[in-house]
Design a protein around this ligand. Structure first.
Ligand code: GAR
Length: 202
């Protein structure tokens, strides 16, 4: 059997995208295994979701540490786990250019809006408050900017007149749980290249 690609997932909270990725790996839809979950918050529920699945976890709090020192610990944990890919799944810290350069084209993020609209925090509320009629989620390669890297995949949802930002966020989250595993499957199983900022699948 072919060796499974090892993935590290970085998260800060609930961990529903981690669950979607881990379940897709377990079903064989992504030829990979989640080899490590790292959180910058020791109390992140996502760490429990990982433990329930027997996935090794590391809590590496950022508080009280300089960014370089915190990132040094995160990089050391990733390298010790020998993972090839890093998936950000609700990881609420911006990574430094030095961190990103360490894993070129191998860091992926999911964002709950149709980038380049509404980067940053609370994207679903930003989109809802702006009054857009369509929103969605974006899976993208991570570069040194904020939610600015090359787009791998997007999925859309309608915004309904009676939506609150919470009902919209829930509709987007359903699509996130399809988009992230699909994008990882594509990145791992198909030939692809970057043409400028465009991710082209052969
Ligand atoms: C998800 O909606 C994800 O798109 C978002 O955080 C949530 C994490 O949920 N990420 C960002 O906003 C990053 N800019 P989860 O912990 O249940 O996967």
């Amino acid at each position: 059997m072919e060796e499974l690609t090892r993935i590290a997932v970085l998260l800060s909270g609930r961990g529903s995208n981690l669950v979607a990725l881990a379940d897709a790996c377990a079903r064989g839809e992504i030829p990979a295994e989640i080899a490590l979950v790292i959180s910058n918050r020791a109390d992140a529920p996502g760490l429990d979701r990982a433990r329930e699945r027997g996935i090794p976890v590391a809590a590496i709090p950022g508080k009280g540490l300089a960014r370089e020192e915190h990132e040094r610990l995160v990089v050391a944990a990733i390298e010790a786990a020998k993972t090839r890919w890093v998936c950000l799944a609700g990881y609420m810290r911006l990574l430094s250019p030095a961190f990103i350069a360490r894993f070129p084209r191998r860091i992926v993020n999911i964002h709950p809006a149709l980038l380049p609209s509404f980067p940053g925090l609370d994207a679903q509320r930003q989109a809802w408050a702006h009054g857009v009629k369509v929103s969605g989620c974006t899976v993208h390669l991570v570069d040194a900017g904020c939610d600015s890297g090359p787009i791998v995949l997007q999925r859309t949802v309608p915004v309904l007149d009676d939506d609150t930002s919470e009902t919209l966020a829930a509709r987007i989250l359903e699509q996130e749980h399809i988009a992230y595993p699909t994008a990882m499957r594509m990145l791992l199983t198909r030939a692809w290249r970057l043409d400028g900022r465009r991710v082209i699948f052969e």
